[in-house]
Design a protein around this ligand. Sequence first.
Ligand code: HEM
Length: 492
Amino acid sequence: MINGSISAPVKGDWRDELLRYFGVDPTASWTTNVWVWTAIAFLFAALAYLSTAQRSDKERYPHPLPPRSTLGLFETLEHCNSIHFHEWSLDLARNQGKIVEYNFWPLIRARVIAVNDPKVARKILENPESSKPREFYDFFDGLLGGTGFISEEGDRYKHPRKSVSIGISHSNMDDMLTKMHAVMDQWITDNLGKNQGDVSNIDITVEMEKATIQSIGKIAFGYDFSTEEIERTLHNIFKIADEFGRACEKNPVRKSPIGVFLWAAKREASLCVQDIRRLVQNVLEAHQKKSVDEQKKVIVLNELNTPGSFALVELAKNKDVQTRLRQELRSASADPTDKKRLVDNSLLKRVIRETMRLWPVAAGGGARVIPQDMVVTSSDGLGGERLMTIPKGTIAMMNSYPIMRDKDTFDRPDEWLPNRWECPSQDMNTAFFPFMVGRRSCPGQLLAMSESEVFLARLVMDYEWSLVKETQPEYNITLMIMGTILQAMKVG
Ligand code: HEM
């Protein structure tokens, strides 16, 4: 009989418990546990080595390194992939400092910092040796099947970037404007009233995105999207942005190849990617049959959203500016066929500039690898100035939203005041870069600016815009105001 022979688990003091936790039998002689003791000794030696390595790393630099954010890895991941990322990045810059280290270790081994000081950010971007970090753009690579026009450096990067630029060069400007007006004419006919007093309600983000897809197709690649293709592309873009832009970035398992087996939403988004790639391939094949192989690597998925929707919302809220803009537009183009004169209108330019400052579509901005140790001065969360070293190899993230709301540069930074651009200071101009700057800045900026000017001018000249339903901007690769409804009334 074994009755009474099963002993209760041995309970000792906490030291014995700890030893048992590591697999050591505290009652056995030390020679019995020699391998376990050796392993523990190695573990402590490694920890001691790592902490000295970290210290000597810090001692290597003449000035302190950027301070660490108070948030841990999981909170950082949560915020960086949230629809409120823009607000959080502003909060970080205002309350913890303009240059702060993120806690991404061990997911990203390099040091990752937010650089939301406009002057330092510009200096990093303008350095021709700073490169784009793969770690930050592999999301696009995943979508493109390994040929990212955003993440690539060297030879591979040159091809995709060149092929995006075909249709959007300065020399194409006249042609671009004519085509933009044609897209706008069609959009107005399809969506807005024809007689004075006619009223229509518009879901402004969705409609502007549709018009933008149509204009990019027509202007850059001479391609007419069908209504069905546009609807499908919009659906695909939103699904892709939700899955790859947010859900996968928060969860490394979902992001890995096995995520496709575990999450139905990831499978669906992958099909959307294939669909969009097929469409882009058609566009490019139609555009230039002779170099299809090279061109099919390109996908124009980025920034389809337009600053025009934010500008219309601000104008709907600021009727006095809207009325003045309409008057100026009408007097500037007494001759309605003189379409180019519209874009020279100065209030129009100020409205667009201020909208892009307050509501930068690419609110996340850009990221770069620092090519050599940099010594910079930046203000901390309490407003004090401090010198710091940004070590070579650091990944710097320049976020447009906090940079263009910098309190030390802009008066009343959170307000929409187009007239601040009547006579801007040097610092204001330095801090304004919604497309980033330098050799890897946005190649589509001319197209995007011209499109915003033409769209806005055409929409404000003959229609009065009022706010029916306002929603808060959300960040999902780009900043958007989904669900905001505006009313357009035809004016005489
Ligand atoms: C308002 C509209 C737009 C905004 C605010 C915007 C903004 C940006 C920003 C901030 C970047 C990152 C640049 C960097 O890291 O330095 C970028 C990259 C890029 N944009 Fe745009 N963009 C817009 C429209 C467009 C359009 C219409 C196109 C093409 C037709 C385009 C094509 C690209 C490409 C190809 C890149 C990658 C450049 C590279 O990595 O070398 N963008 N854009």
